[in-house]
Design a protein around this ligand. Structure first.
Ligand code: YZS
Length: 259
């Protein structure tokens, strides 16, 4: 069974995350189907992509597939982790990718949505960034994606509390572009992609790449990078990291010791 559905409407490509039973958890298999769909769209004259879940879902994506996270001792969010590959595929796709959000967006699912170029959500949508709930040391690139989208105090609140924020707050903060009722959201987003498709794809592609390069242009010294990696290693080597994984697998609340 395909984990994503793909559709071409004129010059808009639509990718629908379709693993509802697992709440569209971002497994390696699901991610490879999304990246394959994006590569397929590159070969066609696609001028805008919509990334969505089926209409009416309660969960847009439950984030990284926790069952695929490594036990302690290995970086859970290394450069070649499927989630990191997907984030880069969205950011480097040469046309705008619009996230059409219904339902809850969790963990790495928030980073996937926020790696998109624009977000349109229903009023019921929520956004929760949850590494702290699992004892996971988010990676520098992921934190930068979030920092480019969320004002610092709110990014800290979302990362430290792991609690969802509602679509209205995300709209007020400029994290999402529009809120639309579920009955109108698809037509609204397709009208936006039609406007984009009428403009110069070459001009849009180069401006998207300029914005990506400038927003990720942060001078980090080797010493600083190694210091951060060392700090992250202490976390993914910790009892707490293992406890977060074990608790999710056992469907119980984690008890973090700080060790
Ligand atoms: O028991 P079965 O086999 O039916 O499977 C259950 C869940 O185990 C599964 N599932 C997941 N599997 C792997 N990874 C996940 N993230 C994940 N989420 C859910 O889907 C089946 C249905 O799940 P239920 O919990 O029964 O569904 P429901 O009661 O509707 O609750 C939906 C939510 C999304 C609220 C609930 O599943 C949930 O809290 N999931 C975990 C959300 C989360 O914490 N995601 C963050 C994952 N971590 C990351 O993305 C990053 C690494 S980080 O942590 O750094 O942000």
């Amino acid at each position: 069974m395909s984990l994503v559905l793909t559709e071409k409407r004129d010059t808009t490509g639509i990718i629908t995350l379709n693993n509802i039973a697992k709440r569209n958890a971002l497994s390696e298999a699901l991610i490879s189907e999304i990246t394959a769909a994006l590569n397929g769209f590159r070969a066609l004259n696609i001028r805008a992509v919509v990334l969505r879940a089926p209409p009416g879902v309660k969960v847009w994506s439950a984030g990284h597939d926790i069952s695929e996270l490594p036990d302690r001792g290995r970086d859970p969010l290394g450069f070649n982790d499927p989630l990191r590959i997907l984030i880069r595929a969205i950011q480097e796709f040469p046309a705008p990718v619009i996230a059409l959000i219904e339902g809850g967006v969790w963990g790495g699912g928030c980073e996937v949505a926020m790696a998109c170029d624009m977000l349109v959500a229903t009023p019921e949508a929520t956004f929760a960034i949850t590494p702290a709930k699992l004892g996971i040391p988010y990676n520098l690139g992921g934190v930068l994606t979030l920092l480019n989208m969320i004002p610092l105090p709110v990014a800290k609140e979302m990362l430290f509390t792991a609690q969802p924020i509602p679509a209205e707050q995300a709209l007020n903060l400029g994290i999402i572009n529009y809120i639309q009722p579920a009955a109108q959201i698809e037509a609204f987003v397709l009208a936006m992609t039609a406007r984009i498709s009428a403009n110069s794809p070459l001009s849009i592609a180069v401006m998207k790449e300029e914005l990506r390069l400038l927003s990720s242009a942060h001078a980090i010294s080797p010493e600083l990078f190694e210091r951060m990696q060392g700090a992250r290693r202490i976390v993914y080597d910790s009892d707490d990291y293992q406890e977060g994984l074990d608790a999710f697998r056992a469907k119980r609340q984690p008890q973090f010791s700080g060790k």
